[in-house]
Design a protein around this ligand. Structure first.
Ligand SMILES: Cc1cc2nc3c(=O)[nH]c(=O)nc-3n(C[C@H](O)[C@H](O)[C@H](O)COP(=O)(O)OP(=O)(O)OC[C@H]3O[C@@H](n4cnc5c(N)ncnc54)[C@H](O)[C@@H]3O)c2cc1C
Length: 419
């Protein structure tokens, strides 16, 4: 009995669709096919908190261990509340249910949900564009039309295609969503990038409560698998007029979030601090795909724009790398890359840091456009070390021995004459 002989089409392979696929396996529904528009599974956003009600179901599916491998463990409380400006402890809710909440990266939850679903049941790059229904058909009355021209038939269609669901529209729902007044900024911070004390504090679920805004920190993942990070979810009251994008989801500069929380406590400042996106700009492992790969420009040292240095740094790095590659006195590419990184990183890190400070100085804190203690001379002094730097001179000094200097000097002369 039941509908186990029916052909079921699941539209959307997000957390909802993939949960259903596991439920289908668990219950023994065999004729189920999932259609996901994306070419591969991906979850954007930050962490997700799965509470006992759902964990009991996931455990029944036999996914408990797989999920625990990827999720946080033994958190001291369900949620701790702190004052937004001082960071002072306000209250907490202790874990009140079992199994306790599991916090993990959304993509890791999706991975876990994928683990047991046979790939023969998953159809990627299948964006549903319309559904046709043949009244009176003896079986599979629904014809699904996909963007790539493909079609599929089904007896039952399950719309798991998210908040802007096509399936929902097909069903005749006309939505006129109202803006809640808040936008959500989502991202991650690695614990190793935070000062020790802040990292320790944020290994628990903390809600920094501010006026009409709050920042939620979820400690996702665990240390054993080295997948532990703080997921940051900032709920900020914002006028829709500020939005340039029509999309419900878009990438944002960290500076927009920083503006919202500029007078918040130190821990929140640590969270939103701009940091170097990558510790290592190259990767050398013999025979590996990325063996001769190195970064330059924003991929290695992106910075806020307040000192106008992003391209300038790329230009400096460009000449440095070209010179090193051209004149390296040896054949050890790893040593050459390391030299390039050691030469450039301290400077680009400092530019990144001072650009953030410059952003604060760029705004005024009074209605006449001035800031207490504001002095253009100070700004000039702040920039002098950037402007007066000579990359070629530094290469010459630091490259002695590593670079073939005679050729290097000739090259330098010809560059100088061009300049
Ligand atoms: C800031 C924030 C924090 C949250 N935190 C939590 C939390 O801690 N715990 C929790 O339980 N929930 C949380 N949620 C809610 C949770 O994220 C959603 O409820 C959940 O992701 C919904 O999953 P879904 O699969 O229904 O939709 P989606 O995740 O939107 O997935 C829809 C899928 O359908 C695909 N799709 C769309 N259109 C088509 C089409 N035409 N054809 C084919 N495929 C299509 C999409 O590509 C996507 O893969 C949070 C939400 C937000 C915004």
């Amino acid at each position: 009995m039941g509908f186990s002989e029916k052909h079921i089409a699941v539209i959307g392979g997000g957390l909802g669709g993939m949960s259903f696929m596991n439920a289908a396996l668990y219950t023994g529904l065999e004729h189920v096919q999932l259609y996901e528009q994306a070419p591969q599974f991906a979850e954007v956003g930050a962490g997700v908190n799965i509470t006992s009600n759902a964990n009991r179901v996931l455990d029944a599916f036999g996914l408990g261990e797989i999920i625990m491998r990827r999720s946080s463990r033994q958190l001291p409380s369900y949620m701790e509340y702190r004052q937004y400006k001082t960071g002072e402890y306000l209250a907490q809710i202790n874990e009140f249910s079992r199994p306790p909440a599991r916090l993990l990266h959304r993509a890791h939850l999706l991975d876990a949900l994928k683990e047991r679903v046979p790939s023969s049941k998953i159809n990627l790059s299948k964006r549903l564009v319309s559904i046709e229904y043949e009244a009176g058909a003896l079986s599979a009355p629904y014809t699904l039309h996909f963007e790539d021209g493909g079609v599929a038939n089904a007896d039952i269609v399950i719309g798991c295609d998210g908040i802007k669901s096509n399936v929902r529209q097909y069903m005749g729902f006309v939505d006129s969503p109202k803006y809640s007044g808040q936008v959500v900024y989502r991202g991650f911070v690695d614990y190793k990038d935070l000062p020790d004390e802040t990292a320790q504090l944020l290994r628990r679920t903390v809600n920094f409560r501010g006026p009409k805004k709050h920042v939620l920190v979820l400690p996702i993942g665990n240390r054993e698998t080295q997948k532990d990070r703080a997921a940051i979810i900032g709920f900020m009251t914002e006028s829709l007029d500020l939005w340039e994008s029509e999309s419900w989801m878009s990438r944002s500069e960290i500076s927009s979030f920083q503006e919202h929380v500029q007078d918040w406590c130190l821990q929140v400042q640590h969270i939103v601090a701009v940091r170097d996106p990558s510790k290592k700009w190259f990767h050398v492992k013999h025979g590996q795909r990325s063996s001769g790969v190195i970064l330059l420009g924003d991929s290695a040292h992106s910075t806020l724009p307040h000192q106008g240095q992003g391209t300038c740094m790329a230009i400096e790095s460009g000449i440095a790398l070209a010179m090193i590659l051209r004149h390296w006195a040896g054949e050890d590419i790893e040593a050459a890359f390391q030299f390039y990184q050691d030469l450039r990183k301290p400077r680009t890190d400092r530019v990144t840091q001072t650009s953030q400070e410059a952003g604060k100085l760029a705004s005024s804190d009074s209605s006449n456009g001035m800031t207490e203690g504001f002095s253009p001379e100070v700004l000039i002094d702040r920039m002098r070390w950037i402007m007066e730097y000579d990359i070629l001179e530094e290469l010459r000094l630091k490259g002695a021995g590593a670079l073939e200097c005679s050729r290097f000097d000739k090259r330098r002369e010809s560059l100088s004459s061009v300049l």
